[in-house]
Design a protein around this ligand. Sequence first.
Ligand code: SME
Length: 159
Amino acid sequence: MYDFKIAAADKAAMYRDLAAALEALVAGEPDPIANMANAAALIWETLPDLNWAGFYRNLGGELVLGPFQGRPACIRIKFGEGVCGAAAASLQPQRVDDVHAFEGHIACDAASVSELVVPIVKKGTLLAVLDLDSPTRGRFDDQDEAGCAMLASVIGEAL
Ligand code: SME
């Protein structure tokens, strides 16, 4: 078992510590599923107020459910569909304060209200997306988006 104590004073520092812990966790391990599984667990354990944290992998131009924490989720998402599909199609992070107002949102868990999806791109290729859901409206801010982009870059190196 790995025991990371991440209790930084502010959000930016917390994300820096989380990225450092993630880097340590995936160091030397070449298996992408193992690395995504540990990343999902670490994020789930560290970030407050989430009801889902995990990955969808780009398998031949379709997003397929990867390692995650939270309730069982939809398995396949087409590019352009829902928040995850929008991130995959645009290669841009998607931050949604209220998913009920997002046209085409895919409701895997009725408890989800806000969502942050960050594409994981390596050498110009989309490998996966990191998806975080929260039961709180507007849970994710600029710092979360920047922090999760940092996490996506660390995990991208480990896939
Ligand atoms: N809500 C997402 C689907 C994935 S679940 O949240 C785990 C979407 O609209 O893409």
